[in-house]
Design a binder for this molecule. Structure first.
Ligand code: ARG
Length: 399
């Protein structure tokens, strides 16, 4: 509970109802100063006027950090390199943004002389775990305050009443039908009517993707270029990470690519229904796999594929800054040394199909694989297959 030693708190702040109320509640409860911190990870929310708003709610300072480039380059692209997919479906859009937000939260807290950090994640979700594990790893000396687990406000109505009582400036008063989290990689929807896992999402809910039924009747083709597993270009044009991700979102989103509707296992032990739109990430991961198919050694690929579910689980559970993640990432980086080349992907009515792949360092040999005879130079001697199969089959005949 309220720790009297806390003098200055750095709060992850969005300007919405919850964090505005938290800001004031911190001042009232801890008799402390509050520095508001806002991370721009591409949530497309209006940030102008945010410092004024924070100060009107009682903050002594407000720091905004543009993390879009760093998020894309150091979090999203490594996940693409590792083909990270949680429970076979979720591209980890929220989970990947939490560690970069947490990292800068610690930095801003230090730079502004804070002795505590606070966040607005609830006590039932994964996000509290992800933020706080990042704080532990990077700022173990900082006190952590999670108001949703501490205070006696239970609902939106309670928050509204609190805001009214303390004359906290609140702009939007319409109830949000879902819990939404958006960034450059994805948008997620949870809660509200989606809590019934049988209930289909309303088509009006989607933001980053066109309804596949309304998508263009003609397919589009996109060529994605990679260097060492890192996305570098789209249709031959070199782009920096955030711009590339944005472009991939536009192209795939226009064709309705990247919608997912699932029930997932949260780290805290609950099952939860989530709907996601990850258009660009879906395109990049498919293209990445296609380039890998001609540039990765078979055994390296299979080893990497065995590591992938663990990689995804560490991201999901919030262990980005951990020794086991450092170990995994070193292995994944090593696997990507030869993953340079291009893939051509067709986008059509919510679907996506790889139609070509090429690489200057391809391991694919048309001559070796060909059904046609390659002649004298052939290192693959078909007669060798007789002994190969005979030895493989020995013990099968002995049963
Ligand atoms: N279920 C997803 C995850 O755990 C999305 C969470 C979205 N967070 C939110 N506060 N709405 O990664």
């Amino acid at each position: 509970m309220a720790d009297a030693s806390v003098k200055r708190v750095c709060l992850a702040y969005s300007g919405g109802l919850d964090t505005s109320v938290i800001l004031r509640w911190l001042i009232e409860t801890y008799d402390c100063e509050v520095v508001a911190y806002c991370a721009d990870v591409g949530q497309e929310e209006e940030l102008t006027g945010l410092p004024e708003k924070a100060k009107a709610s009682g903050a002594v300072d407000c720091v905004i950090r543009d993390l879009r480039e760093e998020f894309s380059r150091d979090y999203v692209f490594p996940a693409i390199q590792g083909n990270a997919l949680y429970e076979g479906t979720y591209l980890l859009g929220t989970a990947l943004a939490r560690p970069v937000i947490g990292k800068h939260h610690v930095e801003v807290a230090r730079e502004t002389g804070c002795d505590a950090v606070a966040h607005g994640a609830t006590g039932k979700g994964n996000d509290q775990v992800r933020f706080e594990l990042a704080y532990r790893a990077l700022g173990p000396d900082l006190e952590v305050i999670a108001p949703w687990r501490e205070w006696d406000l239970r609902s939106r109505t309670d928050c509204m009443a609190y805001a009214q009582k303390h004359s906290i400036p609140i702009t939007a008063t319409v109830k949000k039908p879902y819990s939404i989290d958006r960034n450059l990689l994805h948008i997620s929807f949870e809660g509200g009517v989606l809590e019934d896992p049988w209930r289909a999402p309303d088509s009006s809910m989607f933001v980053m993707t066109t309804d596949p039924e309304e998508a263009p009747d003609t397919a589009a083709e996109v060529i994605v270029g990679f260097e060492r597993g890192v996305p570098m270009s789209i249709d031959g044009q070199a782009l920096r990470p955030a711009a590339l991700l944005k472009r991939a979102n536009q192209l795939a989103g226009a064709h309705g690519v990247g919608r997912v509707d699932m029930v997932e296992n949260r780290f805290v032990g609950l099952k939860s229904r989530g709907v996601y739109e990850t258009p660009g990430g879906t395109l990049l991961q498919a293209a990445h796999r296609a380039v890998e198919s001609i540039t990765l050694d078979r055994e390296v690929m299979h080893e990497r594929d065995r590591l992938m579910p663990r990689f995804a689980e560490l991201i999901y559970n919030g262990f980005w800054f951990s020794p086991e993640m450092d170990f995994l990432r070193a292995a994944l980086d090593k696997s990507q040394e030869n993953v340079t080349g291009e893939a051509r992907v067709r986008l059509y009515k919510g679907g996506l199909h790889v139609t070509g792949r090429r690489s200057p360092v391809s391991l694919y040999s048309e001559a070796l694989s060909s059904f046609e005879d390659a002649g004298e130079a052939d290192t693959y001697v078909q007669a060798d297959a007789t002994g190969f199969i005979r030895l493989q089959g020995l013990r099968l005949a002995e049963r």
